[in-house]
Design a binder for this molecule. Sequence first.
Ligand code: SAM
Length: 284
Amino acid sequence: MSTINPGVLYVVATPIGHQGDLSPRAKEVLEQVDLVLAEDTRHTGRLLKHLGIQCHLRSLHEHNERAITAGLIEQLQKGAAIALVSDAGTPLISDPGFFLVRECHGYGLSVSPVPGACAAIAALSVSGLPTDHFTFEGFLPAKSAARLAALEVLSAQKSTLVFYESSHRILSCLADMCQIFGESRHATLCRELTKRYETVRSDTLSDLCEWVSRDADQQRGEFVIVVAGNKTSEQADHQELDKLLRVLMVDVSLKTAAGMASRYFGIAKNEAYQRALSLKNQTD
Ligand code: SAM
């Protein structure tokens, strides 16, 4: 039975290390499509050979994506089923494919995901850091001055931060994070996930930096750095809320003060009310 439909672009995730992480459906889609678009045809060719799949492969990378998209749209309009893969993980996540997918939407063509591995999500899931809100930042700038400036912009952010990093820059990147986020900020370093030398280590940025600098083996491979959000700014916001509530409660009722503070800080009325109540109880 056919898993695929004509005229659809399938965005197919491939493993980030362990070959067993390719889903059975991904395999079926790759077997059945008319064309597989791959970032590096040699790399994907090896994966397909390992799976025993013979198919028509064409390269799509950041340098030719714009030039070849019009032709691919035409093929899809004529009913071809096409799969897009990247070297590892989920296409478009710090990988090519955005232009093609956006054009497909523009031409009213169907785009269908075949989900699977993604290094950022795999790292987040084992990081031990809050996952209710997170910001995926991908790769930081390669040059230290630009990297420091980018980190500065992120330093007050409360949500967990997720970065990709290569072995060449892992040490300098951790050192810059220590400088901007502070040595005591918590982070989880995820190296070579799902591979033989997988390492997941959670510690303060300064201890991680020291640990990586002491062991050359820990500087090899592929990395995701998951960094805790800025708790200090959350505490600072609470202090600001308390300050405003104390001033307001001198002249207006607790309920009115809570309403005004909730509008000012853009927080839930009940949150401001509960805070006002506990401040009142402290002074009574
Ligand atoms: N599209 C991919 C995904 O879904 O994860 C990411 C592609 S990006 C070009 C490659 C980067 O992802 C690497 O430099 C590294 O930061 C991260 N990465 C990929 N595989 C990894 C792995 N097995 N362990 C840790 N990080 C990995």
